[in-house]
Ligand binder design. Sequence first.
Ligand code: BGC
Length: 453
Amino acid sequence: MFKKDFVWGVATAAYQIEGGAFEDGRGLSVWDTFCMEPGNVKFGHTGNFACDHYHRYKEDVALMKELGVKNYRFSVSWSRIIPDGVGEVNPKGIEFYNNLIDELLANGITPYMTLFHWDTPQALEDRGGWKNPDMSDWFAQYARVIGENFGDRVKNFMTINEPQSYLGGYNNRGGMPPKAGYEKRFMIPIIHNTLLAHGKAVIALRETVKDCKISYAPCGDYFYPLDENNSADIEAARKLTFRANDNFDGPHWNVAWYADPIFLGKYPEEHLAGYEQYLPKGWQDDLKIINQPLDFCAQNIYGGRPATTDKDGNPVIVPLKVGFSRMANGWGVVTPKAIKWAAIFLYERYKKPIFITENGMANNDTVTLDGKVHDPQRIDYLHRYIKALSQAADMGVDVGGYFQWSFMDNFEWAQGYNERFGMIWVDYETFERIPKDSAYWYKTVMETNGENL
Ligand code: BGC
């Protein structure tokens, strides 16, 4: 069972839905320039117009209200607010988010604001972006502008979304800007800068916003016990969830390197042995800034893998069975136990209320002859995951909230518009919106606080 004040919501991100990319003084972000270069995004799609939310935000908020949404997680485009990343503030950018916030509040919807969801201002990328040691100060200045302008009405913040994902663009992951290809020795300070930027932004927000709640929304590599009643499997899953994972030529895509410094004020010992040599001078002092008290532990979770032990008792990853259920985009496996055990392990380790800030399913949705969009697979996926999350709550985990990804179909980064994650179907030529069956289903889940599952 979910607690009475459980936070039900939906999530989006600025570059994925806003459009209006070159309007009203917005500066370029790395995603604008990435999209301009042929070959980077499937079919040459861009976020230039996206869902045209920049012009249709009122319609979108009205849809939220109609569908019973009470909490909305969205991100702010840094270069819409400060076109060069630092310095002059763009009044038109402030105006857009003011209007959106006011519209949300007028419709009884609480804003959950993410400061950064991957769209680094190009002007800062030109100066090295997250590799530049000044980045943390630039981010803090931006956070201050956010706090000063919106903090009278916005009280819930997440600093950075999934650093593991966008920082991949700095080493070997082609699907993200800036495609820099740096080696491990450069990745460690880049990640450190990101964590420091988070810490400084929290300080700036606390100084400018009264009574706010702050977290940060990383992702990770999650494991669940193959046999949920076997304590060795549980321990194996726990160990793997917090292990050092070196697959990405850097401590990439793991939970602990990105969350321990923030919640515990230290880098995990096991990882430090290999990476300390690459950390920038003074990193121990930085940890004090990085380790700001946070109000909840946010995490984006789509799936995970089963774990067990080998004959010597060492944790091993169990291959998924042939023909396992999967999402339409191929990368997501349908593994609801992942959300339950991630919540359990994260709560044990960080002792903060757990908020799932993204969870959802890519599906091959179409408008059928009856003019509707039937998405039973998504309903089934969400049903299983939300139910599994409620089991974690039953086991004593303080589960505080759940945000479905995504409110509407949108620009899926390097996959362009080919993947549909939304509860609202979007026609990218006419910008017509059609709520899918899952949107009406989720309404009933929110209304009953998940008790109808
Ligand atoms: C990201 C979203 C993205 C979703 C589905 C998450 O990792 O935060 O921006 O749309 O995955 O790919």
